[in-house]
Design a binder for this molecule. Structure first.
Ligand SMILES: C[S@@+](CC[C@H](N)C(=O)[O-])C[C@H]1O[C@@H](n2cnc3c(N)ncnc32)[C@H](O)[C@@H]1O
Length: 245
């Protein structure tokens, strides 16, 4: 892939200006964590917050691919896919098993190490990128599918995350953005986060121009995973848009 100017130099991806792993299935044991000096590109506070969250539990998510991804990808021919906020890697592994050429990105080195271990067990090869979405150096239009499943992307005044998602999609390719529906703002604020601080399907859809066709933009019942944090969310917001040119 053209963005492999970044070098693989250790577990979790240690390199210059962002980290891409090649053939991590043949790499070091999953228990090796990235060192604090690795080449992570992004806000250290966001990385630390998610590393802490993953470190608190042996497994945070269900270990199964997300239902909306499985449903929406069914009709697509496998190509190059970017999994944004890949977490423990269940989607990335499912995509790799389906013949996709997978790049999976996350801010959490703890999650990536866990994901890489699962990929190794599954016998699939995935390119892992330890970076925030906006810190990754993908040339525009690198992916036939960009999948963002419940990503916790912070909004900024310049809509950098939304623009990065759209920019990563190749002409003819698809962005699939799935998030929780019906988040109660007051309840969320009481538990310490403000939904307005995050990227939502609506904030991505608000940036679309004539180069894009909206294929799906709806709220629908979620295929609820068995176990894992977040299993209480009953409905999804699903945005699927295709880049025409
Ligand atoms: C709610 S989890 C979803 C994980 C996975 N997609 C899934 O469905 O199981 C959100 C993920 O986004 C990651 N994340 C948070 N901020 C990010 C950013 N700016 N860029 C990339 N990933 C980010 C977190 O580390 C976490 O793994």
């Amino acid at each position: 892939m053209p963005f492999r100017q970044q070098k693989w130099a250790g577990p979790g991806g240690v390199g210059d200006g962002g980290c891409v792993t090649d053939d991590i299935a043949a790499g070091p044991p999953a228990s090796d964590l990235p060192s604090p000096t690795d080449g992570y590109v992004g806000d250290p506070a966001v990385r630390a917050e998610w590393d802490d969250r993953y470190s608190d539990r042996q497994q945070l998510w269900s270990g199964r691919p997300n239902g909306a991804l499985v449903a929406e990808v069914a009709g697509l021919a496998p190509g190059r896919v970017l999994d944004v906020g890949c977490g423990e890697g269940a989607d990335a592994i499912w995509l790799a098993r389906g013949g996709w050429d997978v790049t999976a990105l996350d801010v959490s080195g703890v999650a990536l190490e866990r994901a890489a271990g699962h990929a190794r067990d599954a016998g699939v090869t995935i390119r892992w990128v330890h970076a925030a979405l906006t810190g990754a150096l993908f040339p525009p239009g690198s992916f036939d599918l960009v999948s963002a499943q419940y990503p916790a992307l912070l909004r900024t005044p310049d809509a950098a995350a939304e623009r990065a998602l759209l920019a990563a999609v190749a002409p003819g390719g698809v962005l699939l953005f799935v998030h929780h529906a019906g988040v109660d703002t007051r309840q969320a604020q009481e538990s310490g986060f403000d939904p307005a601080d995050y990227v939502w399907p609506s904030t991505v859809a608000g940036l679309l121009d004539d180069d894009w066709e909206v294929e799906v933009d709806e709220q629908r019942p979620r295929v609820i995973p068995e176990g894992g944090a977040g299993a209480h969310h009953a409905d999804d917001l699903v945005l699927r848009v295709r880049r025409l040119r």
